[in-house]
Design a protein around this ligand. Structure first.
Ligand code: FAD
Length: 417
């Protein structure tokens, strides 16, 4: 079923035009080919099949570029659309209707987040060496922050060290869940700067360092198996006396935490925008099935249980969507102002997404968990999002802290701003 996307009366012509042209590509080029595009991720596919899929992906990417819809998150000078967050959110809810479409529009984590921080913190030579090839799609990257021995929820606990030695950094540490680790040409590694021989301490400044994956001492231990699959591209990585030039520091020493926050703040919004598009799709699939499936002498659409599913999913989607648009509008006015709203959507949207997909699976019966539909994959994705980029609890703490801080200043919360 094609996505029903019409102009939104309150939106300006430019954003409506972007949405309609995005929907055209989704409906004409991506949805009819979804089975083939997914197939690249399935085990046991032949090389010939894989080649065909890659060609198809390249054709669609070319069409997207010609339509001026490539890399909505990047400034125009870097070949992107130069959209602000709000316009991007309106576009994304359309493109994410099709599974995996984000990568066909040049905005796929972790590359997109790395691109954004390279744009903001990179030197001219870092941009030439790492950013431009990433945008062109001739390089891949990962972001290496979380460590197995230390809680990712508390970045102060990170223990990977960077020591200055002449004109080089020497990095030692153990990371995991470095996404895209199998294909990455370089990682942006979160390190704590320490004096030679010193143990890392909470107060030591943090820095992000660009590390080519072929550097001596970088060991991709494994692609961690997740959700019952033997392997994934979320990698365990060891850094053992890894030497890279001092100029590989991305931003200044002490800026590492802020750069990570910039990256994660934007990344959380992108994930929520994607979730809204996916919920829209799950909703359409559910309603379509309810209209045609006959059980116990009547169509599912005539059963009140199922009508309740439709109403509850409508409410979940519209609430998630409006909260995400609101947060996107706020982030355009500065990350700090938007932090409470980003945490709110980071909690609400994945759980609404889980509920919407859960109902769609239920309506489809056994078919709902089959590989014939995208629902099972969405279900796992929605659950995963409650952990990635910070678990729910950390975001609840942040919301409460900000609200209580406001009240402590003698002011109530202003929900309109
Ligand atoms: C699919 C996936 C992809 C990822 N990709 C990347 C990546 O590319 N790069 C990267 O660096 N990391 C990545 N991560 C890691 C992710 O950011 C961390 O898993 C996350 O920050 C949580 O850290 P942790 O797993 O160490 O859990 P912990 O910090 O050990 O937390 C465990 C649990 O404790 C609870 N908790 C934590 N703090 C509190 C509190 N204050 N009060 C009450 N309860 C609390 C929460 O329920 C939390 O889930 C990825 C994770 C996933 C699942």
């Amino acid at each position: 079923m094609a996505m029903n996307c019409k102009p939104v009366p309150a939106l300006d012509e430019r954003i409506n035009d972007i949405r309609l042209r995005t929907a055209e590509i989704v409906n004409e080029d991506i949805l009819p080919n979804e089975d083939r595009l997914w197939a690249s991720r399935r085990e046991g596919e032949s090389m010939e099949h894989r080649r065909e899929v890659l060609e198809l992906r390249a054709e669609i990417k070319e069409k997207v570029k010609k339509a001026g819809l490539w890399a909505p998150h990047l400034p125009k000078e870097y070949g992107g659309m130069g959209l602000d967050f709000l316009a991007h959110a309106y576009m994304n809810e359309v493109l994410a209707y099709a599974v995996g479409a984000a990568s066909l529009f040049g905005v796929v984590a972790p590359n997109s987040g790395n691109e954004s921080i390279l744009v903001k913190y990179g030197t001219q030579s870092q941009k030439e060496r790492w950013l431009l090839p990433l945008i062109d799609g001739v390089m891949e990257s990962g972001f290496s922050m979380t460590e197995p021995e230390n809680p990712g929820s508390d970045p102060r606990s990170l223990k990977t060290t960077a020591v200055r030695d002449g004109d080089h950094w020497v990095i030692n540490g153990h990371k995991w869940f470095t996404s895209n680790g199998i294909d990455a040409d370089f990682f942006i590694v979160m390190c704590r700067v320490v004096e030679p021989g010193a143990a890392p301490a909470v107060g030591d400044p943090m820095v992000q360092i660009i590390v080519p994956t072929t550097t001596k001492g970088v060991e991709i231990v494994r692609g961690i198996g997740i959700w019952g699959r033997r392997e994934s591209d979320h990698c365990e990585v060891r850094y053992d006396d890894v030497r890279v030039p001092l100029e590989n520091a991305l931003g200044g020493v002490g800026q590492g935490h802020q750069a990570a926050q910039d990256r994660l703040g934007a990344g959380r919004i992108y994930h929520c925008m994607n979730s809204v598009g996916q919920m829209w799709r799950a909703f359409d699939l559910m309603v379509e099935r309810a209209r045609t499936r006959e059980v116990h002498g009547g169509l599912l659409q005539d059963k009140q249980f199922i009508q309740g599913f439709i109403a509850d999913s409508y409410i979940d989607i519209q609430a998630a969507r409006l909260m995400t648009l609101h947060a996107a509008e706020k982030i355009d006015h500065g990350l700090q102002e938007a932090r409470t709203d980003i945490s709110a959507i980071k909690i609400f949207v994945p759980s609404a997404y889980s509920r919407v997909v859960d109902r769609a699976i239920q309506v489809w019966g056994a078919a709902g968990i089959s590989n014939d539909l995208p629902l099972a994959q969405m279900y796992l994705g929605a659950r995963t999002l409650r952990l990635a980029d910070g678990p729910d609890e950390v975001h609840r703490i942040l919301i409460a802290k900000n609200v209580l801080g406001q009240f402590a200043k003698g002011e109530g919360w202003d929900f309109g701003n």
